[in-house]
Design a protein around this ligand. Structure first.
Ligand SMILES: [Zn+2]
Length: 284
């Protein structure tokens, strides 16, 4: 299994990504939750362009002999018997479950940090500047944030001793869940209620894209909804309702976030304050 992952994990991940993306894009076209306010063509070009730039950056770093890939780190830890889970002879399935849980918590914590630490917020606000939320918002992450996220995963994977299979599964699940919970899809309320007991639903994650700081500083989860309940960062619904809420960031309610160059430059330019209810953000 590990051999198969080592040879074709990139291809399998791309296939799953494309499949989930196409299905959810179709579903949100048929059952949209909100009417989109920005030109879809411009947004999609920019959001997908940002994603391609991130992938290109990781590839370029690999060519320059600095491969930063969590799966490669898992192979390294396994072959050198490094990391907690590589020391114990527990059943393989149990080790995979533990690794999936720890990685999910780690990504939750990284997301929290990217909202609380000004330097990281500079990068992460590129994701939040999107004024609509749909399947392409899921891939709108600044290339530097993608690189840092990969480094963070490696920092967790090696001491944990997560297997290549666990890391592969985690990346596939994270990708699929991110596309699902960013989709502009109207799920029946009863279905959402049941589903969000376990995983992050589109309604739960939409709260996180509100312009209001108390709302976008909550619901940090991407896969399991457990962490936000456990750490009391859970907001059930947006105050203004899903139709009335404003998506994006207060200082950037213009067409600027639909521009590719503007979006990539945003972390490095002068920062505007995001003010609501007397609270400030973006100061650093
Ligand atoms: Zn966020």
């Amino acid at each position: 299994m590990d051999g198969l992952i080592g040879q074709s994990d990139g291809l399998i991940r791309l296939a799953v990504f494309a499949g989930v993306f196409l299905v959810m894009a179709l579903v949100e076209l048929v059952w949209p939750k909100r009417k989109l306010i920005v030109s879809k063509r411009k947004r999609w070009l920019t959001n997908i362009g940002i994603s391609v730039a991130g992938t290109a950056l990781l590839r370029l770093m690999a060519i320059l002999a600095v491969p930063i890939a969590a799966i490669a780190a898992a192979f390294y830890a396994q072959s050198h018997h490094i990391g907690l889970l590589n020391q114990v002879s527990w059943p393989q399935w149990l080790k995979v479950v533990i690794a999936l849980l720890v990685l999910d918590l780690a990504i939750w914590a990284q997301h929290l940090a990217s909202h609380k630490i000004a330097l990281f917020w500079r990068l992460h606000q590129v994701h939040h500047a999107d004024r609509d939320i749909d399947v392409t918002t899921a891939v709108r992450f600044h290339p530097v944030e993608i690189g840092l996220s990969m480094l963070w995963k490696i920092v967790v994977v090696v001491p944990l001793g997560a297997s290549p299979l666990a890391v592969f599964l985690f990346e596939v699940i994270l990708n699929a869940c991110a596309i699902f919970n960013h989709a502009n899809v109207a799920l029946p309320a009863w279905f959402d209620r049941i589903l969000r007991q376990f995983i992050v639903t589109p309604d739960m994650h939409r709260v996180h894209h509100s312009v209001l700081r108390r709302e976008h500083d909550s619901n940090y989860g991407f896969n399991l909804s457990l962490w936000d309940r456990l750490f009391r960062t859970y907001t059930a619904q947006p105050k203004a309702g899903h139709q009335g809420m404003t998506i994006g960031l207060t200082p950037y309610q213009s067409e600027a976030p639909t521009r590719f160059g503007w979006s990539l430059w945003l972390p490095f330019g002068p920062q505007r304050r995001n003010i609501d209810s007397g609270k400030e953000k973006n100061g650093g």
